[in-house]
Design a protein around this ligand. Structure first.
Ligand SMILES: O=C(O)CCC(=O)C(=O)O
Length: 290
């Protein structure tokens, strides 16, 4: 079984650039499995009986040329969970984030069809303000071979040091995907932001820091560009005292900032701990909440 290990060189590149591109994160078998599961999820079929936290594209509801997105497919599909809750991904994110362990904050399932529209350039951590420590380290995995013209994800080198901007105006299919990026670059005194497209074979991808600007352009090819992202946070993270997310703060209990592992599982911790339900869940021995 393929086991990803982050190297010292990759850690250095991540710290320096705000991201690091890697040739291989998951096996070809995992790629094939996820491609199948994307078909199932985007057809609206949820294997566990639980809907994802966000379904940002539905057949017949949304324009065919929009990039399809589901958040927290792992709650709906145990095959997806078997990849995004992997220990090796959790460990790599903890090492990159400088944390004692990793909790998954959310996964993203993305499918950009031929001709598919952009996703606006943004900073992930701007969307994480409902937590006490709004810092993410994310693992972006290609499920198709990617090309610069194929609407792959692009990272802006060094932009994790530009400071914090807010959420962007238009995330899905924006008319100008770099509107806020251009403003942030100008505020940082950067004349020409360096956009680095992630060009890898399926199964490869990248890790990025929560404040790194990134997004993706139109898919000018005849092939789909599919990917899965594990957005990770520190195992120590808690809910913010008063800042609320309309979706994710639903999992907060009154008078308690602690995060429930059923919804934000610990995928790896330095002392060997991992949320106990994960193993049986990803092996499909238990269903949701059992
Ligand atoms: O894949 C993309 O186009 C964008 C992905 C993204 O926004 C993310 O990984 O945070």
């Amino acid at each position: 079984m393929f086991n990803f290990e982050i190297t010292e060189e990759q850690i250095q590149a991540f710290n320096e650039d705000g991201f690091v591109v890697v040739d291989r994160i998951i096996s070809d078998e995992n790629v094939a499995l996820l491609r199948e599961r994307l078909d199932v999820l985007f057809s609206g079929e949820y294997e566990t009986g639980i809907g994802p936290d966000e379904v940002n594209w539905k057949k017949e509801r949304d324009p065919i040329e929009n990039t399809r997105q589901i958040c927290n497919g792992w709650k709906s599909d145990r095959y997806v969970a078997s990849v995004v809750l992997r220990q090796d991904i959790g460990k790599a994110c903890a090492v990159l984030g400088g944390w004692p362990g990793t909790r998954i904050s959310q996964d993203n399932i993305l499918w950009k069809p031929p001709g598919g529209k952009p996703l606006g350039f943004h900073q992930d951590s701007a969307y994480e303000q409902w937590t006490a420590i709004p810092e993410w380290a994310s693992c972006w995995i290609a499920l198709d071979d990617t090309t610069a013209e194929g609407g792959t994800v692009e990272y802006v080198r060094g932009s994790h040091r530009w400071g914090e901007s807010g959420m962007i105006e238009e995330f899905h299919a924006p008319s100008n995907p770099v509107k806020e990026l251009a403003e942030a670059a100008s505020n940082a005194g950067v004349e020409k932001p360096e956009r680095v497209p992630v060009v890898v074979k399926a199964g490869g991808g990248a890790f990025h820091q929560g404040w790194t600007w990134h997004g993706s352009d139109i898919n000018h090819t005849q092939r789909p560009r599919r990917s899965v992202v594990a957005h990770c946070m520190s195992s120590e993270n808690q809910f913010h005292d008063d800042r609320v997310s309309s979706i994710y703060s639903r999992y907060k209990r009154f008078g308690d900032n602690g995060m429930d592992e059923s919804f934000f599982p610990v995928t790896w911790r330095v002392d060997g701990y991992r949320s106990s339900f994960i193993q049986s869940y990803v092996e499909r021995k238990i269903g949701w909440g059992q």
